[in-house]
Design a protein. Structure first.
Lengths: 117, 117
């Protein structure tokens, strides 16, 4: 880590001015919202139906999962596909921006396995 | 995406059983909590004092920042350093597990700049 100086009394300060990246903030607002990140993680392996996603997550209600899938679709990360019936089959899959996130999620999984208790 | 079959009436189902990775879930429980991810992002560039972090984030209260830094320290991602005074200088920096997360955060930033509206 860089050396730091203490220029301001009563607080350790540093030679640089720390900043918060706006894109990172936007990413965590979306992905950090309860369930959103793991919903995307669940879809990395391929399309899945509503009940399959709910079972994979465990503990999420129908209404919350429905709301989250709509939010992820509105953000362009997930696509809802309807296969013509009968019976009508609805499935959810990652849209291209969601698929582009897959390697980042994989890195995050590897980091968590190594470093989180 | 993989082709999928519809084996269960009234729902699109897939040839695989989707699963939710436990490590990803743990990671998002910690990093997804409001402010935690961006606090780590702010510390990627080096150690920072409490007020510097608060300024960089904008809109976070002292008590919440204090609580979040303690939580990240308890998880082993952040270290609190006290430089001998007077005046005493307190700074926060990434511990090795937090530094290991830096390239993942950078990838997340690049993804968000490209794909998030």
């Amino acid at each position: 880590m860089a050396a730091y100086t203490r220029a301001v009394p009563h607080e350790g300060t540093v030679a640089h001015v720390p900043t918060c990246d706006a894109a990172l903030s936007t990413a965590f607002q979306l992905l950090g919202k309860r369930w959103n990140g793991v919903i995307l993680g669940t879809l990395v392996s391929g399309p899945a139906g509503f009940s399959d996603i709910r079972r994979a997550l465990g503990g999420i209600s129908d209404s919350v999962l429905s709301e989250r899938l709509s939010e992820l679709a509105a953000a362009g990360l997930v696509e809802r596909k309807v296969a013509p019936g009968p019976p009508v089959g609805v499935s959810y899959e990652l849209a291209p921006p969601g698929r582009a996130l897959a390697p980042v999620l994989q890195q995050l999984i590897e980091w968590a396995r190594t470093h989180l208790r």
